[in-house]
Design a protein around this ligand. Structure first.
Ligand code: F3S
Length: 422
């Protein structure tokens, strides 16, 4: 039975109005389901389910009703990607009716005080949680990054529960908010080279599908030894694909992530010794590439930026496209802040002069891509490759950023899809 403070009890009883009461009802119901003994204050919230494609009319009406009842967030709260670039949506070929509904979703969230970030990488644009802070974030790759790389604490919230946490400033203390649940559950011994963001995505897909909602602890050994600290973009790719292929919300990498050592100590607390943790050995990434890569030659759509592209990745694309002209449609998705930075450096201008587009506020999984007539997509994201057949009706090639840019230039997949021995 959850113990509430006097203030929390008053909010639940309606003392702060019906909107806060409804939010507190959601939080306490979750506390009961997950047998939390108390609530914890959250430092920030991130709201998924912003795309009208996922939300639909019922979701939009639910939000409008809550806002009309006086719902306002009381901690910094930011939006996940919407179903379109909020300014350049006509260039994406978005239908006017979809755009009108999408604007309503954004307006209702703005009216509650949610920041217009529309990104799954808030940590790249200034919303960097402090170590140990409790959060109510909901986009799975953002949750994974916050827990694993930043050592903050968040469960993978649903859109309504994240919003309820934002409105009350509280979430239920269960799951990854508790130290005892943050220890490693599986040892992952990696013995093959892992060299690009695509390889990290492939690794994450393999591990996620085996450990499900466990907490993997990665050790790189032998040929799989890390020759350098993984780039932020590679950690983003690893976390995103583990959350897609499984439901991993926290991982540790020996010598890399901040809580790795403690994760094993806690593993020992939970079990007699680390040796009894299940061990998974990864010798080869081919099964992931085989699962995520369709045998296509012609490519008419190239999608980069899942999770949302960093400035550094946009710079890489701009350099590869320098003074060239693409044949296939190339869309890069990022946050509006990163796009502005990339504009200041001239990267967006270089990419768009070559025929590509750098869209903000959206991504190709939550946009209505299935209505746009594309047949075959190339992506460097294991997560996007995982979801595109079911969410967007697209077959896909999955490989490195360089292979994807080559596909944009020629309209053909350059293959082989990855070079494990290179
Ligand atoms: Fe982000 Fe969309 Fe991928 S929300 S992680 S870019 S599916």
């Amino acid at each position: 039975m959850v113990q509430l403070t006097g203030e929390e009890q008053a909010a639940l009883a309606g003392g702060e109005g019906p909107a806060v009461q409804k939010a507190m009802q959601i939080i306490t119901a979750l506390a009961e389901i997950y047998e939390a003994s108390s609530l914890v204050p959250v430092a920030s919230a991130q709201i998924a389910g912003v795309s009208y494609k996922n939300l639909g009319d019922a979701g939009l009406e639910f939000l409008e009703e809550w806002a009309a009842g006086g719902a306002r967030v009381r901690v910094p709260t930011f939006m996940n990607p919407a179903g379109m670039d909020l300014e350049r949506w006509p260039e994406m070929g978005i239908a006017a009716e979809f755009a009108r509904k999408q604007q309503r979703v954004v307006e209702v969230l703005l009216s509650m005080g949610v920041a217009l970030t529309c990104t799954c990488t808030p940590y790249l644009v200034g919303y960097v949680p402090q170590r140990g802070e409790h959060l109510a974030w909901s986009e799975s790759s953002a949750v994974s990054f916050a827990n694993s790389v930043l050592a903050a604490r968040s469960n993978r919230e649903g859109g309504p529960s994240a919003l309820a946490a934002a409105i009350t400033g509280r979430t239920a203390a269960y799951g990854l908010h508790l130290t005892e649940n943050r220890g490693a559950t599986h040892i992952i011994e990696v013995r093959c080279p892992v060299r690009s963001e695509a390889d990290f995505g492939a690794l994450g897909y393999l591990v996620g599908s085996q450990v499900e909602d466990g907490v993997p602890y990665f050790c790189f050994r032998g040929k799989g030894s890390l020759t350098k600290v993984p780039r932020v973009e590679e950690l983003m790719a690893l976390g995103a694909s583990m959350a897609a292929g499984g439901a991993v919300a926290l991982y540790h990498i020996e010598g890399v992530t901040p809580q790795a050592q403690k994760a094993l100590e806690r593993g020992e607390t939970a079990s007699p010794s680390v040796a009894v943790l299940p061990a998974i050995r990864i010798d080869d990434l081919s099964p992931a590439y085989a699962a995520l890569d369709s045998p296509l030659d012609e490519i008419d759509f190239v999608s980069l930026g899942c999770p949302h592209s960093s400035l550094s990745d946009i710079e890489r694309v701009a350099a590869l496209l320098d003074s060239k002209r693409i044949r296939a449609t190339l869309w890069i998705s990022t946050s509006r802040q990163v796009r502005s930075q990339a504009e200041r450096h001239g990267f967006v201008q270089s990419i768009e002069a070559a025929g590509g587009k750098v869209f903000a506020d959206t991504c190709m999984v939550v946009a209505p891509i299935e209505d746009m007539g594309f047949q075959a997509m190339a992506t460097n994201s294991a997560k996007a490759a995982f979801y595109s057949p079911t969410h967007s009706g697209l077959q896909r090639r999955f490989g490195t950023l360089e292979q994807c840019v080559e596909a944009a230039l020629t309209g053909h997949w350059p293959g082989p899809s990855h070079d494990r021995e290179a």
